[in-house]
Design a protein around this ligand. Structure first.
Ligand SMILES: [Zn+2]
Length: 79
């Protein structure tokens, strides 16, 4: 499941079309207090992230940002 599509309730497999339902691992480096956050993105979202960059991508995907902030909150990290 694509993290960005799933928070939007989009079926990533269908919106990407056959043959492109591969998931890629992407990383946010600067948007979460310089923590490295991994997400799984579908082909379309990976391209969007590449073109838009972290900040703009997360601006368009505010639900994803919230989700990542919650799931990667300070307590979830044990350095
Ligand atoms: Zn996606």
């Amino acid at each position: 499941m694509c993290d960005a599509c799933s928070v939007k309730g989009i079926n990533w497999s269908i919106s990407n079309g056959p043959g492109k339902s591969r998931l890629e691992t992407a990383k946010f480096y600067t948007s979460f207090d310089s923590r490295e956050i991994k997400v799984r993105l579908c082909y379309l979202c990976a391209i969007k992230l590449f073109i838009q960059g972290e900040e703009q991508f997360l601006d368009y995907n505010k639900a994803l940002r919230r989700e990542l902030e919650v799931s990667n909150g300070a307590n979830a990290f044990d350095w």
